[in-house]
Write a protein that binds this ligand. Structure first.
Ligand code: PEP
Length: 251
């Protein structure tokens, strides 16, 4: 019922030429899996060129961030309508943005509203730190992030949101969460909070991805579970391995 969704977060990697070469390498394999919604999220600088390269291919393009204001004196920022010129998706509230650029649940909420208003599909990242995980606070943290980040979102558009549960201790560390552990967070903590906000039918329709050291070797384990609907992939999205992850998500 929920279409599997796999996104690659390229982070601050690849010049325009390098990005274009990687897309050329990945494209035939990505197009061979129409059952999975696929999105590539390169740096802003590559969006224009990749939007032409990916046009009509069935492979989506996303930005890694946006500002909530429409325009103005915000040096270095990019507005929702500027993102929308090239993309249909945007990552919001990645833990690296929360850690290094002072993003909070409040700014996530502003960005989420602005992205939805611009007609973008937001991929909203949540997840606990190692310290919080070890203190048994996962449930409390993800509930707070969803309740505050998703405040005042209309039921009519809520099902367009994609959630990415990314425990910070699993990102780029090679210490992936177990599939049972991540699925339990999705099923027992995140989806029930979404249901409390939007009702159970909408909560059931929202894709919840797992992210954190997903590789070609472990991806299939996640996709076998009841409530992991895809993956947000960092490191492995820069390699041909990404295709194996997308293939593993095939229902
Ligand atoms: C990410 O940054 O969203 C991520 C999941 O990274 P990695 O796959 O490298 O852990």
């Amino acid at each position: 019922m929920r279409k599997p969704f796999v996104a690659g977060n390229w982070k601050m990697n690849k010049t325009v030429d390098q990005a274009s070469v990687l897309v050329q390498e990945l494209l035939p394999g990505l197009q061979a899996v129409p059952e999975v919604e696929k999105v590539l999220c390169p740096p802003f600088t590559s969006l224009m060129v990749l939007s032409a390269q990916l046009a009509e291919t069935g492979v989506g393009l996303g930005a890694q961030n946006l500002h909530w204001e429409a325009s103005g004196a915000y040096t270095g920022e990019v507005s929702p309508s500027m993102v929308k010129e090239f993309c249909n998706y945007v990552i919001i509230g990645h833990s690296e943005r929360r850690a290094y650029f002072a993003e909070t649940d409040e700014t996530v909420n502003k960005k989420l509203k602005a992205a939805l208003a611009a007609g973008l599909t937001p991929i909203v990242c949540i997840g606990e730190s190692l310290e919080e995980y070890e203190a048994g606070q996962t449930s409390e943290v993800v509930k707070r992030q969803v309740l505050q980040g998703f405040k005042e979102i209309d039921n009519a558009i809520a099902s367009q949101i994609v959630v990415a549960y990314e425990p910070i201790w699993a990102i780029g560390t090679g210490k992936a969460a177990t599939s049972e552990g991540a699925n339990a967070v999705h099923r027992d903590f995140i989806r029930p909070v979404l249901a409390s906000l939007f009702g159970s039918a909408i909560a059931q329709s929202i894709r919840i991805l797992y992210g954190g050291s997903v590789t070609a070797a472990n991806a299939a384990e996640y996709f076998k579970t009841s409530d992991i609907d895809g993956a947000l992939v960092g490191g492995a999205s820069l390699k041909p391995d990404f295709l194996k992850i997308v293939e593993a998500a095939r229902p």
